[in-house]
Design a protein around this ligand. Structure first.
Ligand SMILES: *[C@@H]1O[C@H](CO)[C@@H](O)[C@H](O)[C@H]1NC(C)=O
Ligand SMILES: [Cu+2]
Length: 234
């Protein structure tokens, strides 16, 4: 048992230098209001329930009793780090190019809602810019901080805020895209509730064959279409 564990750790270590975790929201501490996993590996099966808020095979999702108040219409800062203890100079390996996105889902209780299922809408997306820079390039340049706007027109109340990064370096073969995500527990205050976003299911919204998931990063393509729905706007 001990032997097989150390073998597994050795195998993981050879690729672990490149992974990432959404560790904290706004000025919160690591894992305070954000459900982190201890292992920074990707989800690669888009039909897995772990595509919503992480989980197997990356270990148990750590629960947190914090729900972070966020004003509708304000910006939220999602911090990404290579591991739970990395600094701002260690966000993710630069080879891991791809989009950085965020989704939200209205829930009754942000502390207990597991995440998978319907109700998800996209609020932010940074794909491939006309300057050739990916969302991941900008995230690294910004010290791992992803800034998103919480829509002003949604209903107040509790939500899960899902930060997502897709690394495309292996995405030219099916199942090779690496999905990284965590869910933060937030309480939106002051929303006007004047619009109800159309929503999708996770798992469900992504197919392994989507143009933004089965993608050759090295063929010189100048455009990229991120998977999932269009970004919701007020
Ligand atoms: C959410 O914010 C509202 C308005 O400030 C407050 O009444 C409510 O207690 C908050 N809920 C949580 C779970 O923090
Ligand atoms: Cu990696």
């Amino acid at each position: 048992m001990k032997f097989s564990t150390s073998l597994a750790l050795a195998a993981a270590a050879s690729t672990a230098s490149a992974h990432t975790i959404f560790v904290s929201l706004n000025s919160g501490a690591v894992g305070d209001g954000v459900r982190v996993v201890s292992y920074d590996g990707p989800i690669t099966d888009v039909s897995s329930s772990s595509i919503a808020c992480n989980g197997a095979p990356n270990g148990a999702v750590q629960s947190t009793n914090t729900v972070i108040n966020v004003q509708a219409g304000s910006t939220a800062k999602l911090t990404w780090r290579h591991t739970l203890t990395s600094g701002s100079n260690d966000v993710i390996d630069a080879s891991h190019k791809g989009p950085v996105m965020a989704y939200m889902k209205k829930v009754t209780d942000a502390k207990t809602d597991a995440g998978p299922g319907s109700g998800w809408f996209k609020i932010a997306e940074e794909g491939l810019g006309s300057d050739g820079k990916w969302g991941v390039d900008k995230l690294i340049a910004n010290g791992g901080v992803q800034t998103v706007t919480i829509p002003q027109c949604i209903a107040p109340g509790q939500y899960l805020l899902r930060g997502e990064l897709i690394a495309l370096h292996g995405a030219s073969s099916s199942g090779g895209a690496q999905f990284y995500m965590e869910c933060a527990q937030i309480n939106v205050t002051g929303g006007s509730a004047s619009k109800t976003p159309a929503s999708v299911s996770l798992p469900g919204a992504y197919k392994a064959s989507d143009a933004g998931i089965l993608y050759n990063l090295y063929s010189g393509q100048k455009t990229y279409t991120a998977p999932g729905p269009a970004v919701f706007t007020c």
